[in-house]
Design a protein around this ligand. Structure first.
Ligand SMILES: NC(=O)c1ccc[n+]([C@@H]2O[C@H](COP(=O)([O-])OP(=O)(O)OC[C@H]3O[C@@H](n4cnc5c(N)ncnc54)[C@H](OP(=O)(O)O)[C@@H]3O)[C@@H](O)[C@H]2O)c1
Length: 326
């Protein structure tokens, strides 16, 4: 049996509950603590997931000596201060996506992790799903020749009120940062660094982008199209096309259960495991990194996260979206 990794969750909201299930499904890890802005919410969450230690402040959580790694699950603008708080207390950190609101904040957090020599990773959980990992291995082995184009989208009818964080400019709402990051990160994962970003969007009545389309040119000579909308249910597709074939993730981009490899006339469907709610793959990856004494992930290094933040900044500059607190 490998060393048990002890997790704490910072912020007891919607995704925290999903991830709590993910941690509990990952081998040799234990969800030992939760920290919330209020005692009531900490207790409610802890009771629901049978968590022993419940803290009525984030500061108490990060100072809990029985926690190895903290998962940050607060709204985007609160990521930077939460991550700095954890790192100052010498905790390893898994921070929800988008990593921060902008590149400037991301650089502060990454610099702190490097100064403290602590593990830090963005919780871009889709990258650790077996179908995505397998697609990358196939592409790296030359299965579709040189990858040239990626098309990906993430769209759903959110149907939320104006007070929801996705609609609120003060919480850095909008499709780009909330869900556009998924297709954009598919593009950068398979086509690499970006040298040009163009974007267009429709801005809703609360002042956030409700729909966004981003086109990118990648340093290696590839191009990509990424779309995101909170107004319509899109196919959640991801297709990577190379000079000799293409790969399509089967099922929704966030929940692919396999892939289809097409070469010439031949088409091969490869099924890959997807148990649980999918968050356990990411938790398991972090556990392995920590057991190996790493301070960053090889699959999602901090430079990739920083590059993604630069794309998000460039796309926001194109669509003229600046948050009131920036
Ligand atoms: N990976 C994914 O699939 C996924 C899915 C959804 C969201 N996310 C990411 O996770 C983060 C949280 O999203 P969510 O949907 O879980 O949000 P949520 O339901 O609103 O929960 C956020 C929690 O953060 C805490 N919080 C701290 N400061 C806050 C503030 N100023 N306003 C509101 N809440 C505050 C609250 O917990 P306490 O009161 O307990 O402290 C709140 O319950 C976002 O960055 C989002 O992008 C990821």
């Amino acid at each position: 049996m490998s060393k048990t990794i002890r997790w704490g969750i910072l912020g007891a909201g919607t995704i925290a509950a999903q991830f709590a299930q993910g941690i509990q499904a990952a081998p040799d890890s234990e969800l030992v603590a939760v920290g919330s802005r209020s005692a009531e919410s900490a207790h409610r969450f802890a009771d629901r997931f049978h968590i022993e230690r419940r803290h009525a402040s984030y500061a108490d959580l990060v100072n809990d000596p029985d926690v190895d790694v903290i998962y940050i699950a607060v709204p985007h603008p609160q990521h930077v201060e939460s991550a700095l708080l954890c790192l100052e207390a010498n905790k390893a950190v898994l921070c929800e996506k988008p990593f921060t609101v902008n590149t400037r904040e991301a650089e502060r957090v990454i610099a702190k992790a490097r100064e403290k020599k602590r593990f830090l990773m963005e919780a871009l959980w889709t990258r650790f799903i077996p179908a995505v990992v397998h697609a990358k291995a196939l592409i790296d082995s030359g299965a579709i020749g040189t990858p040239k184009m990626v098309q990906a989208d993430f769209g759903a009818v959110f149907g939320v009120s104006d007070s929801h964080r996705v609609m609120d400019p003060m919480l850095a709402g909008g499709a780009l940062l909330d869900i556009g990051i998924y297709p954009i990160s598919v593009a950068t994962f398979f086509l690499g660094a970006v040298e040009d970003v163009q974007a267009t969007a429709t801005i809703g009545h609360t002042g956030i982008d409700e729909q966004v389309a981003v086109s990118m040119r990648h340093v290696g000579g590839g191009v990509s199209l990424s779309g995101a909308t909170i107004l319509a249910a899109s196919p959640f597709d991801a297709v990577i096309t190379g000079t000799t074939g293409r790969i399509r993730l089967n099922g929704e981009l966030s929940r692919p259960r396999g892939l289809t490899l097409t070469r010439g006339e031949g088409e091969e469907r490869i099924e890959l495991p997807y148990d649980g709610n999918g968050y356990q793959f990411q938790a398991d990856h972090v556990n392995e990194c920590l057991r190996a004494g790493k301070t960053e992930s090889d699959l999602l290094p901090l430079d990739h996260t920083l590059a993604t933040m630069k794309v998000l900044d460039a796309a926001r500059a194109c669509i003229g979206l600046k948050y009131p607190f920036e």
